[in-house]
Design a protein around this ligand. Structure first.
Ligand code: SAJ
Length: 424
């Protein structure tokens, strides 16, 4: 099958890099988004999301005239659906965007086309949700056109590199579909391309993120145990990880982002009766911001009226993404407990949270403070020199939730140091 025109639906963190990468590889691509302001800004070459290298890639793609941005699909050889799959408050997957993207393809679907679903989805979505919608075209999936599920597995902050270098799983509704999907992604993927069934590919994606969630949950429980038994969890993890078959992850204030904190629920929703471990891990990680707040209450005696400087609000180090961020949950809980919170997020100094004072730089954030709270291990927060800031802050207590600061150096500079997972 020869692909000449590719239509990518959903121009977010995955769709936009994917569309631009196909375009810079020489293929005609139409990127579709239903949000008019995204279409308008992209047509002017302005990005609505931030990811290293993406701005240049999109500009190159648009300048090459291979990438056009539109609000509706066109006739194409391949359609790639890369829309979000959020979840409702009841922890249920919301497939509204997947369904409407599929519906929008129906009038343009032709014999010989390939349709790819990339959005993270509950098991069986490709076969039981996507295929019936596409067959409204009167064509038969697997005979007249091909359908695959191929999840994105790239790490925010490293999307452009991982898109090309990571192994790619292509799950077809039949063997011909899988072969067509492999041919499409061979255009730019340098990692291994593995073909399998659509449902296996759906499970692979959910299993990867669930595995990571459970491993972070055990690290968070180890931090609580270390605190209870009077040891330093960071030291214990370092020693345990010398074992050749042990790789414990880092504890922290919780698990955020739009993937790991969401995807395991898709499995719990799909099979509640057989997923107690997955559910419990989610609950452990969701409770972690409150564990941090409880520790702060113990350190300060009370939170009411205490001036706390929260350093970092992003969901993880060195990104500007605050979605589902545990750091944001911590500051909101501190506010609810009556603390006077100032926050500094170096990647989004203009961000605002009701009731929180946002500082535009470090000096402003720390000047009037009782306690400095490190919530995100951003490189520029990790390298703060306690000796240098001692005179700039009224705070003499620090609480490090991410193991970013060397306790000895901070103590030597004159601070009382507390760390998550370390009884002091
Ligand atoms: N975290 C910890 N301790 C750790 C590692 C992470 O507390 O040792 C926290 C982070 O601070 C963050 C959250 O977990 O709040 C998730 O961060 P992450 O770096 O583990 O993952 P994401 O959400 O940025 O990206 C994940 C990746 N999945 C896996 O590593 C299995 C990525 O490859 C996926 O493409 C992405 O989810 C996705 O889109 O599904």
């Amino acid at each position: 099958m020869a692909f000449e025109t590719i239509c990518v639906l959903g121009l977010g963190y995955i769709g936009l890099p994917t569309a631009s990468t196909f375009a810079t590889a020489g293929y005609k691509v139409v990127g579709v988004d239903t949000n008019p302001s995204i279409v308008y800004s992209l047509q002017k070459g302005e990005l609505h999301i931030s990811e290293p290298g993406l701005s240049k890639l999109v500009k190159d793609a648009i300048q090459s005239k291979n990438l056009a941005i539109s609000s509706s699909p066109i006739l194409a050889d391949a359609f790639i659906i890369a829309v979000p799959t959020p979840f409702y408050d009841q922890k249920k997957a919301d497939l509204t965007f997947v369904r409407s993207a599929a519906e929008s393809i129906v009038p343009f679907l032709r014999r010989g086309n390939l349709v790819v679903l990339e959005s993270t989805s509950p098991p069986l979505t490709t076969n039981e949700v996507l295929v019936p919608i596409l067959e409204k075209s009167g064509l038969k999936a697997g005979e007249d056109f091909n359908v695959v599920y191929s999840p994105e597995r790239v790490l925010p902050g490293q999307i452009l590199r991982e898109l090309i270098e990571n192994a790619r799983v292509i799950g077809g509704i039949n063997a011909d579909s899988a072969a067509a999907g492999k041919e499409l992604y061979q255009i730019f993927v340098k990692g291994e391309i593995i073909t399998t069934t659509a449902t296996t590919a759906e499970m692979v994606k959910l299993m990867e993120n669930t595995y990571r969630d459970i491993n972070i949950a055990i690290a968070n429980e180890f931090a609580r145990l270390a605190d209870r038994f009077g040891i330093d969890v960071w030291e214990a993890i370092q020693i345990a990880n010398l074992h050749p078959r042990v790789k414990i992850l880092n504890p922290g204030p919780g698990v955020g982002g739009h993937c790991i904190s969401v995807d395991p629920w898709f499995l719990v929703e799909a099979a509640t009766d057989i997923t107690p471990l997955i559910r419990t891990a989610r609950q452990v990680n969701d409770e972690q911001p409150h564990f941090v707040v409880q520790k702060l209450n113990e350190i300060l005696g009370t939170l009411a009226g205490k001036k706390i400087t929260a350093l970092g609000l992003a969901y993880k180090p060195d990104v500007d993404d605050l979605r589902e961020s545990p750091a944001v949950e911590v500051v909101q809980a501190l506010l609810a407990a009556g603390a006077d919170v100032t926050a500094f997020e170096p990647f989004k100094p203009g961000f605002s949270i009701k009731g929180i004072r946002m500082a535009s730089n470090l000096a402003e954030a720390i000047s009037e403070s009782d306690l400095l709270l490190l919530l995100v291990n951003h490189t520029q927060l990790k390298v703060i020199d306690p000796g240098q800031i001692l005179e700039q802050t009224t705070a003499r207590i620090v609480f490090d939730t991410v193991g970013g600061w060397n306790p000895q150096i901070w103590q030597d500079a004159g601070f009382e140091v507390h760390r998550l997972g370390r009884a002091d």
